[in-house]
Design a protein around this ligand. Structure first.
Ligand code: ARG
Length: 570
């Protein structure tokens, strides 16, 4: 596709003195109101160089470039040069590319031959997979999809929280109050009950805590019985997680979690010691980070056991040695900001030049109307319940509306689960939010079902147009028929789609894609409302069908980046 910004910067540079192509490129803006043109050049900055008032400069530039065939119209408005591109060429350029590239429209190869690790989800074993986990899981998966689309080689890692003192507690509780059948029937809910009970009973009987610590130590030393129980808890939990991942259509290349690094610690403790970074503090080993305004990092406890942070240091080095990543992205809650600052700083102090290629991508908190979620107090909303209810509701709507679909179950899953995913990816990730059933089950307005429905309607038009017309449109079309205001607005959004994918990748922000496909869907619906698509004029019909196809492709690809399906019938 023609890069319009560059083309315009090129034209402008030819008509201006004392200013470079790059500077001009940097100054070009996209007016918020399409009535002010497709592109604009604010002339304030030029006043100093050209020693003239900005409106005068704008007027001069507008006059000198108005005959360029790139433009339909150029206007000077106050200090701005407003440029209207030739709609005919523009429409042809964008629509031809979008239909030719199809599923690859928006794809790039900037990332070729570079490996990017995206770590996401990473739940703690034997704890409920609750609505809080949807964030890392869905945001992370989408970031991985986006980097994949940008041509990077992706490794998706689930850094399971499958290690730590809580397993000592769980084992103690299981031995005292548990039984096998309950665990097999409902592993996570049952294990959570044990865990909750442990904390209740420990309030009156502090020896329980000692027993749990001793049990964890046994586990660390690889004692058979403890190992078997732990392994079993891990497997049963993973079965439940996998069920949810399958529903979400999310997968991983590696499930190497914290336990994998448990025997790889001594190397790092030794290395920190040799590099003079480790200090002894009441039997524990610490790294001081005052110089960086960060709190002390605890590397090993006084009983010699290692900690979360130590395992992260080991995991980062392991990943560098195994994958030689270009970037190692961690999609983890903002509550852990400090933790990431600490260990990335420590890696840097250890002299690893790639330390800053480890990127923490934080996100805000989900709470419940009753307050913060608390596993300990059993106050949680299970993610699986949310997904099931969303599917159920969709199924009801499909039945009510008598939707013409061959497979109700498949559509209900795609739309119901899609609604939850879309909702999750609609806001800036860093924002906190309060979970609300009404909100997540609302399918009106700027929601996933709305965008999917728009896509399905476009598919239906293409079916009605017939294969012959579609085939003709693929071969060529007369773009003069798709230059009206609503067509042009839609084309402008389609034109930006590839840049939007880049921006979403650079900012680790899937919501940029979400918003853009809502914009495309809305612009498409305006076009559909304003224009008669399947007209009797064959050439006009072919051109409009081409635009419908282009919009459909962009929406479908955008949905795929979010991790959503795009059913053809709804
Ligand atoms: N398991 C942790 C939790 O649930 C998240 C792990 C984040 N990843 C990491 N490499 N530390 O809080």
């Amino acid at each position: 596709m023609i890069n319009y910004r560059e083309k315009i910067a090129d034209v402008l540079t030819h008509h201006m003195e004392g200013i470079s192509f790059e500077e001009v490129l940097d100054m070009i803006e996209k007016p918020a109101d399409p009535k002010m043109g497709d592109y604009a050049l604010p002339c304030f900055k030029l006043a100093r160089v050209l020693r003239k008032a900005p409106p005068m400069i704008a007027k001069g530039i507008a006059e000198s470039i108005e005959d360029e065939h790139l433009f339909e119209k150029v206007e000077a408005v106050n200090a701005y040069v407003n440029m209207f591109v030739d709609r005919n060429d523009f429409a042809h350029e964008v629509v031809a590319e979008a239909i030719e590239k199809g599923d690859d429209f928006g794809r790039s190869d900037v990332g070729a031959h570079r490996k990017v690790i995206v770590e996401y989800s990473s739940p703690n074993i034997a704890k409920p997979f609750h609505i809080g986990h949807i964030r890392s899981t869905v945001i992370g998966s989408s970031i991985a999809n986006i980097y994949d689309f940008l041509g990077y080689d992706i490794v998706r890692i689930n850094h399971l929280g499958d290690y730590g003192t809580q397993f000592g507690k769980m084992i103690v509780a299981y031995r005292r109050w548990g039984n096998r059948e309950d665990v097999v029937r409902e592993p996570i809910k049952t294990l959570l009950e044990y865990y909750t009970r442990f904390h209740k009973e420990a309030e009156n009987d502090p020896t329980l805590e000692d027993e749990a610590r001793a049990t964890f130590t046994k586990l660390e030393h690889g004692e058979k019985e403890e190992m078997e129980l732990w392994q079993w808890f891990r497997e049963e939990s993973l079965k439940e997680f996998t069920r949810v991942y399958d529903m979400l259509g999310i997968a991983f290349d590696s499930y190497k979690g914290e336990s994998f690094y448990s025997d790889k610690m001594p190397r790092f403790v030794k290395e920190l010691e040799e590099k003079g970074l480790l200090e002894e503090d009441q039997g524990a080993k610490i790294v001081r980070l005052d110089e960086y305004d960060l709190p002390v990092a605890l590397i090993t406890k006084s009983d010699g056991s290692t900690l979360y942070i130590t395992r992260d240091i080991a995991a980062a080095v392991y990943r560098k040695e195994t994958y030689d990543f270009y970037k190692n992205i961690y999609v983890v809650a903002s509550q852990q900001n400090l933790h990431f600052q600490q260990w990335i700083q420590i890696l840097e102090m250890m002299g690893y030049p790639w330390a800053r290629d480890c990127v923490h991508v934080p996100f805000g908190l989900v709470s419940m109307e009753e307050g913060a979620m608390s596993t300990r107090e059993g106050r949680v909303i299970f993610l699986e319940d949310v997904l099931n209810r969303a599917v159920e509701k969709t199924r009801e709507i499909i039945r009510e509306k008598n939707v013409n679909t061959e497979n109700i179950e498949e559509t209900a899953a795609a739309v119901g689960i899609g609604a939850v995913i879309f909702n999750e990816l609609s806001n800036y990730r860093i924002k906190d939010y309060v979970f609300s059933w009404d909100h997540v089950l609302n399918f009106e307005g700027e929601t996933g079902p709305y965008v999917q429905y728009t896509h399905a309607r476009a598919c239906s038009i293409l079916r009605n147009a017939g294969e012959e017309v579609v085939a003709k449109a693929m071969k060529g079309f007369d773009s003069t028929y798709i230059t009206g205001d609503s067509a042009h607005e839609l084309e402008s959004l389609l034109y930006e789609f590839p840049d939007v994918v880049h921006e979403a990748g650079d900012k680790y922000e899937p919501s940029i894609v979400t918003r853009h496909i809502v914009d495309i869907a809305q612009a498409y619906n305006r076009f559909y409302h304003d224009e008669h698509i399947l007209t009797d004029n064959e050439d006009e019909k072919v051109a409009k069908v081409a635009l419908v196809m282009a919009a459909k492709n962009a929406i479908k690809n955008g949905l795929a980046l979010l991790g959503m399906e795009a059913p053809e019938r709804m």
